[in-house]
Design a protein around this ligand. Structure first.
Ligand code: NDP
Ligand code: GDR
Length: 392
């Protein structure tokens, strides 16, 4: 039997990288679209790359952009995929307020470009399409928990662009009988999450504070609630959605929601940091109340760090300090206060259950960030200059 061929837009992103791994393990030939950038942007997928001159290469990259119809059409014509996973997007909600037009173009019209290319190339009977829809569509709370029937009320240029993408996917399914599906995925995170999304910002920020690389972490709205799952679990669902007998739309979520400040406390716990919150609004602070030396040592053991005593002593010096502060610059003009998903349909019809708990995921993220940032500490100790990133 010939190999199935998948095309992933957004392959260099968090989900694209996990999905590529998943499909390669299933024996697919995987093609991905990456953008031209002035520096390498393939860190998350470098381990999958094989020199194209070798034998048995199943992983191919193409330059492309969601804003370029001709380019997308040419790639789809060349690859003739059995499945397209449309994951590419300007995916940062806060940034979408600063780049609304580009976000609409890439996230909204970009989806139309994929659907139109498949239609114009006469591939509607061959190519199945997965559209990366989002819980941000629910926006202003209408009902909780949110399921496939909950009305949408988008609250950002990002969510409005994704609303267009959602409906154009439904419309092409109904108008042209295409196998096109929306996965309405709630937030999902991992050690590969972009550093400016709140979970990763927190795990990375706390790790850097404990290593003495930073003094404080500035956050925005601490009261928002999110239903957080693990990206690895969620990409499996993307595939299952396209294997279902007919094209439908699906909510994927864990059914548990917590506040941002709860996530801070949870991440702190694995670092042995007991963080308490005091004050209100922009004066709210997260203060280190105490250090649990044993827990911190256990985490350090798991990641093989050698000057542990020094790090534990430094951690003790943080007791009483406010390491979390609020900076209103991270507030959004319109916020999504509460997301809590009801994935009953996916559980019943696809037999799906998330495997990785929030606690396991948080621990994995914290350990990863301690390890990654520890390298910076070692370089500094050896006298090397490490420039501070202006991206976070
Ligand atoms: P990331 O931001 O990690 O990845 C986005 C990907 O899209 C990157 O590969 C990026 O390339 C690429 N991209 C951005 N703009 C363009 C463009 N104009 N042309 C081509 N490629 C582009 O997002 P995630 O992996 O977290 O999310 C994947 C998809 O799922 C997105 O569409 C997102 O909106 C959606 N989603 C995500 C959820 C989540 O919680 N993670 C929840 C629900 C939906 P580069 O690496 O060069 O920046
Ligand atoms: P979100 O994720 O907007 O839900 O979109 P993000 O992690 O950016 O924000 C979650 C919540 O945390 C609050 N917050 C902060 N957010 C960021 N980024 N930085 C901060 O300093 C900060 N402080 C508080 C936010 O206000 C918000 O309420 C993600 C993206 O992956 C989308 O692409 C995807 O569609 C949705 O999840 C589901």
């Amino acid at each position: 039997m010939s190999k199935k061929v998948a095309l992933i837009t957004g392959i260099t992103g968090q989900d694209g990288s996990y999905l590529a791994e998943f499909l390669l393990n299933k024996g697919y030939e995987v093609h991905g679209i990456k953008r031209r950038t002035s520096l390498f942007n393939t860190k998350r997928i470098d381990h999958l790359y094989k020199d194209p001159h070798e034998e048995d290469v199943n992983f191919f990259l193409h330059y492309g952009d969601m804003t370029d119809s001709m380019n997308l059409t040419m790639i789809i014509e060349e690859v003739k995929p059995d499945e397209i996973y449309n994951l590419a997007a300007q995916s940062h909600v806060a940034v979408s307020f600063e780049e609304p037009e580009y976000t609409a173009n890439a996230d909204g019209i970009g989806t139309l470009r994929i659907l139109e290319a498949v239609r114009l190339l006469g591939l509607t009977d061959k190519t199945k399409i997965y559209q990366a829809s989002t819980s941000e569509l629910y926006g202003l709370v209408q009902e909780v928990p949110q399921n496939e029937k909950t009305p949408f009320y988008p609250r950002s240029p990002y969510a409005v662009a994704k609303l267009y993408a959602y409906w154009i996917t439904v419309n092409y399914r109904e108008a042209y009988n295409m196998f096109a599906c929306n996965g309405i995925l709630f937030n999902h995170e991992s050690p590969r999450r972009g550093e400016t999304f709140v979970t990763r910002k927190i795990t990375r920020g706390l790790a850097r504070i404990l290593l003495g690389l930073d003094n404080k972490l500035y956050l925005g709205n601490l009261s928002a609630k999110r239903d957080w799952g693990h990206a690895k679990d969620y990409v499996e669902m993307m595939w299952m959605i396209l294997q279902y007998e007919k094209p439908e739309d699906w909510v994927i979520a864990t059914g548990r929601t917590i506040e941002i400040r709860e996530f801070v406390r949870l991440a702190g716990q694995y670092l042995g940091l007991n963080i308490v919150f005091e004050g209100k609004g922009i004066d709210e602070k997260g203060i280190v109340e105490s250090i649990d030396e044993d827990i911190f040592l256990e985490t350090l053991d798991d990641i093989d760090i050698y000057n542990k005593d020094h790090l534990v002593n430094y951690a003790k010096s943080l007791i009483g300090k406010d390491i979390i502060n609020v900076d209103p610059k991270y507030f959004r003009p319109t916020e999504v206060d509460l997301l809590l998903g009801d994935a009953t349909k996916a559980k019943e019809k696809l037999g799906w259950e998330p495997k990785i708990t929030l606690e396991e995921m948080t621990k994995e993220m914290v350990e990863n960030d301690l390890k990654e940032n520890y390298q910076e500490l070692v370089l500094k100790k050896c006298g090397f200059e490490v420039p501070k990133s202006c991206g976070v």
